[in-house]
Design a protein around this ligand. Structure first.
Ligand SMILES: [Zn+2]
Length: 221
């Protein structure tokens, strides 16, 4: 266990390390941020964002909450997406879940979890949407893993529903939304390869906020 004082010692070493290679490292970074990526992930301490992506300070805009949820009435995540797309002009938005997610596991139990009930209900809704597929998986851990993946997919859809993402993509061709899962057991990132353009096209039939009508899929053109 790292003690409280050790944290500050770690910080001093980190600053020394960063400035050893580039004296102006912090000076340059303090001026502005220009990240290409917005990462929306779980708060779980075992999923250290910058480390698993191999990205340095200034390279990824980060939002984390329990079970990487994107809820349209959550001002926090909606502000992050809005700012990242409209002001930072990120090129990619990643929703990253992880296997063995405590939030997803809790949502699979029939228990009153107090304040967590309304939050985790979003995951129960994902289960309801994909009930047929999930109920057909007999092995409990495989069903749990699949719900983690489907939750990522549904949160990607929630990102794509936002006006900021739709309008930016139609006008500028970015950001592209990606769904990933981090495998706690191996350290590997898995790209779920969600069909971003297909989802955008489909959801625009109901959720279009561009004022420009349906976006054509590449193969329709
Ligand atoms: Zn988690």
């Amino acid at each position: 266990m790292t003690s409280y004082d050790e944290i500050f010692e770690n910080n001093r070493l980190w600053v020394a390390n960063k400035t050893a290679g580039d004296k102006a490292f912090f000076e340059k970074l303090a001026k502005e941020q220009n990240p290409d990526y917005l990462y929306i992930g779980c708060s779980d301490s075992r999923v250290p964002t910058n480390e698993i992506l191999g990205l340095d300070a200034g390279e990824v805009f980060v939002h984390r909450n329990i079970a990487n949820l994107v809820n349209s009435v959550d001002l926090n995540v909606m502000s992050v997406i809005n700012y990242a797309v409209r002001h930072l002009s990120v090129k990619h938005i990643v929703v990253c879940g992880h296997y063995n997610c405590g939030g997803v596991k809790a949502a699979m139990q029939s228990a009153d979890l107090g304040l967590l009930n309304p939050w985790l209900r979003n995951i129960r809704d994902v289960y309801r949407l994909h009930r047929q597929e999930l109920d057909a998986i007999e092995e409990p851990n495989a069903r749990f893993n699949r719900l983690v993946e489907l939750n990522v997919q549904e949160q990607c859809i929630n990102v794509i529903k936002t006006a900021a993402v739709q309008q930016s993509y139609v006008n500028k061709g970015y950001p592209v939304v990606h769904g990933w899962v981090y495998d706690l057991y191996t350290g590997n990132l898995i790209d779920l390869k969600i069909d971003f353009e297909g989802i955008l096209h489909n959801i625009q039939e109901i959720y279009d906020l561009t004022g420009q009508g349906l976006m054509k899929k590449k193969d329709d053109q």
